[in-house]
Write a protein that binds this ligand. Structure first.
Ligand code: MN
Length: 192
């Protein structure tokens, strides 16, 4: 089964000034695309050849197949939860659950931002749901993905430098400020 680079549901310049067209051209058009191409080269003739991406991430041992599959999954998850009409706070059940778990949306936002800022080196910050429906913040290194811990991702922020270096250089905090303005909470709530 050939994996495909998902098309973005917005134009490359639609997230500016928060994320520039150049960032999306590199991040989606080159980094994400390369993980897809690598995965397609690695899996033929292996037990992972015909599995959907989530299953490869859950089942592959540490190594190149896991790294590329998880990076495909993580990037698709990230890009599809951004929107030029994003920002604000979630409504409905997800909004209520965030309030219950973190005290307030602002407190959640602060803690998620801390999780992203404290992720050392390359990695991802996540809001996840556990099997009992409770929300947690997670930080994963490199290609790490909460699916391997049996948790369901709700929202993620890519904190690899390639996600922000073109627009914000080394200023991860500025990228985080911009991230909150383009989070698509409607889409994020679909997994809750
Ligand atoms: Mn990335």
């Amino acid at each position: 089964m050939e994996h495909k680079l998902p098309e973005l549901p917005y134009s490359k310049d639609a997230l500016a000034p928060h994320l520039s067209a150049e960032t999306l051209e590199f991040h989606h058009g080159k980094h994400h695309a390369t993980y897809v191409a690598n995965l397609n080269k690695l899996i033929p003739g292996t037990p992972f050849a015909d599995l959907p991406i989530e299953e490869i991430v859950k089942k592959a041992p540490a190594g190149p197949i896991f790294n590329n599959a998880a990076q495909v999954y993580n990037h698709t998850f990230y890009f599809l939860r951004l929107s030029p009409k994003g920002g604000g706070a979630p409504a409905g059940k997800l909004g209520a659950a965030i309030q219950k778990e973190f005290g307030s949306f602002e407190e959640f936002q602060k803690k998620f931002t801390e999780t992203a800022m404290n992720t050392f080196g390359s990695g991802w910050a996540w809001l996840v749901r556990d099997k009992d429906g409770r929300l947690h913040l997670r930080s994963t290194s490199n290609a790490g993905c909460p699916l391997t811990a049996g948790e369901t991702p709700i929202l993620t922020c890519d904190v690899w430098e390639h996600a922000y270096y073109i627009d914000y250089r080394n200023a991860r905090a500025k990228y985080l400020e911009a991230f909150w303005k383009i989070v698509d909470w409607k889409k994020a709530a679909e997994n809750f």
